[in-house]
Write a protein that binds this ligand. Structure first.
Ligand code: FAD
Ligand code: DLZ
Ligand code: SF4
Length: 518
């Protein structure tokens, strides 16, 4: 046995200050990075997502080597590739005969389960270290959540503000309020100029990866090119620079806006870089705070951005570990309808959905309000099976990892967790989409028509949803009063709504092949 330490680094751990690397010496360590078939196919990820991870992994390995580390890198097309992490670690142990393995815990439950078996499988000791790139540890969230009736994100967020001292004036929130969301609900006129985000050209490493992905994953969803994601920390920093220079000022007001054909708007487009470890969430929040202090961005934009990161992002991560594995099976509303085929093809006359799916297909990205109020709202109202919705959201977005996708899907959009994350279902009729977007103007459906062939399907679907879940939702104080409106309509109108919705639901074709899983 040598006295070497084997340090496996996973595809979303591309951070130089990772806990497993800290305190280790370059001549005493071998870093192991593994492209493995099982990770690329356990759901059939969007082509750009696989390309992003492989390219960023290869670049990260090159940077580490240039800095003097020994990196043992298994490529997907290595003929002896075992196809999974455990098999690859076993092969690496044969090659290097290490004295010990040090690894930062996996961000996903599925992978951590496998990792926790390593100490029994391998002869050398294995140390699994916490992933301290998050602001709240798992136990900190659990302590906060324990004995609470409602796990309100806002309360957790305030704890995170105090912990990080971001936007704090002593023990009071900057400006006197914790949350400026009420100022962040403006619609956007399509004609307004939005500075385009930086796009990154492919170098030799990325070009090779693109070829590999095209050859090995031809039946996966999504356009592979143009591929323009940041794949190194340097590129990710450039993307962040542009956001803080050009877009953060308007980030807040237009956070919930949607414009046909406009995919980024004032969003940061930084989630892929944060999630794979190229950018540190706190460094971004500090930069946002500086923009505010220098008068370059208003408080509502900066607080909104910081809340998404130290509030929502941290909250969903804590929530995931608190409720996993049960969360993946939760189905409070007993939804069983298969995911419609058009989620994969984009072929629907509903303009809001076809545009959101187009962006998803072309960019492996859709912005938050498209995910929440268009795609998510549709799945909720139509009663789509949570497992099928989870697979779709996990497969199609380049920023999707189960720890962040699952709470957003099961909790935020589907209410499958019975209201632990969201106090009420985010159900909305076409009115909301019309208010926040320009989608409806040229849609084949009419948002002002409530029932019948020309009605916006969200309108009857909304009442169909409310009616079929009345027993569960009527006592919810945030939703119960809606039933008074329903009752006032009278039986004839109600039956028009229900029939109209049913007629629409009957037209939905289930997916014709296993798009998400073989
Ligand atoms: P911005 O709008 O610029 O927001 C800034 C950052 O805040 C994001 O980069 C992200 O890190 C964080 N953030 C914002 N909202 C959330 C949220 N609800 N949960 C966690 N972090 C948040 N985000 C993912 O990173 N991966 C996912 O798999 C994912 N799945 C989602 C599924 C659904 C159904 C919904 C409603 C949201 C999901 N989100 C997910 C959250 C959000 O939509 C994306 O983080 C955001 O669209 C990424 O684009 P951006 O970087 O431009 O975000
Ligand atoms: C998503 C993904 C893909 C497509 N491929 C790999 C891979 O080949 N090697 C790797 O280390 N990680 C990959 N990932 C990320 C993992 O599926 C998973 O999300 C992380 O290991 C966190 O648990
Ligand atoms: Fe979407 Fe309805 Fe508007 Fe059409 S009318 S874009 S379906 S909300």
């Amino acid at each position: 046995m040598t006295d070497l330490t084997l340090i496996p680094i996973l595809g979303d751990q591309l951070t130089r200050t990772l806990s497993s690397l800290r305190g280790q010496t370059k001549d005493g360590s071998v870093i192991l990075m593994m492209e493995v078939w099982d990770e690329a196919t356990y759901v059939k990820h969007h082509k750009q997502k696989i390309a992003l991870i492989f390219s960023a992994m290869r670049h990260f390995a090159e940077e580490l080597r240039a800095d003097g580390w020994t990196v043992d890198y298994t490529r997907l097309d290595d003929p002896d590739n075992a196809g999974n992490f455990t098999g690859e670690i076993a092969r690496a142990i044969e090659r290097h005969d290490p004295a010990q393995i040090r690894v930062t815990e996996a961000s996903e439950w599925r992978v951590l389960q496998a990792m926790e078996e390593w100490p029994d499988k391998f002869a050398c000791p294995v140390t699994i270290l916490p992933d301290d790139r998050f602001i709240a540890s798992k136990s900190e969230f659990a302590d906060w959540a324990e004995d609470r009736k409602a796990l309100t994100m806002e309360h957790f967020y305030r704890e995170m503000r105090k912990k990080t001292q971001l936007l704090m004036d002593g023990d009071k929130p900057e400006g006197g309020k914790w949350n400026y969301d009420a100022d962040n609900r403006e619609a956007l006129e399509g004609a307004l100029f939005v500075p385009p985000r930086p796009r990154f050209a492919s170098d030799t490493i990325t070009s090779e990866v693109l070829e590999l992905v095209e050859t090995r994953f031809p039946d996966h969803f999504g356009a592979l090119t143009p591929f323009e994601w940041p794949v190194t920390r340097e590129e990710a920093l450039k993307a962040a620079d542009a956001f803080f220079a050009e877009r953060i000022e308007q980030f807040g007001p237009y956070q919930d806006a949607m414009v046909y054909g406009s995919d980024d708007l004032y969003h940061s487009m930084l989630s892929t870089s944060i999630n794979i470890g190229l950018l540190d969430p706190i460094e971004l929040c500090e930069r946002a705070e500086i923009a505010y202090k220098q008068g370059k961005a208003p408080l509502n934009s900066v607080e909104g951005f910081i809340r998404q990161i130290i509030g929502w992002r941290e909250y969903v991560r804590g929530f995931y570990w608190y409720f996993t594995p049960a969360l993946a099976e939760a189905n409070e509303l007993e939804a069983t309808r298969p995911l419609p085929e058009f989620f994969w093809t984009g072929q629907t006359d509903m303009r809001c959905l076809s545009d959101s799916i187009r962006s998803t297909h072309n960019n492996a990205h859709a912005h938050h309000i498209q995910r929440l109020m268009v795609l998510g709202n549709f799945c909720l109202l139509a009663g789509i099976d949570p497992g099928e919705v989870q697979d779709w959201f996990l497969a199609v977005y380049a920023d999707a990892f189960e720890w962040v996708e699952l709470p957003n899907v099961a909790g935020m959009i589907l209410y499958a967790d019975g209201g632990r994350l969201a106090t009420k279902p985010y159900a909305a009729s076409g009115n909301y989409i019309n208010k926040m977007s320009d989608y409806c103007k040229e849609c084949r459906y009419k948002v002002s028509v409530k029932t019948g062939e020309d009605a916006c399907p969200f309108n009857p679907l909304y009442w169909h949803f409310m009616d079929r879940h009345r027993d569960r939702l009527k006592s919810n104080h945030r939703i119960g009063r809606i039933y008074a409106n329903w009752d006032r309509m009278g039986e004839e109108k109600q039956s028009e709504y229900l029939q109209s919705a049913q007629k629409f639901l009957d037209t939905l074709e289930p997916a014709s092949k296993g798009w998400a899983r073989d």
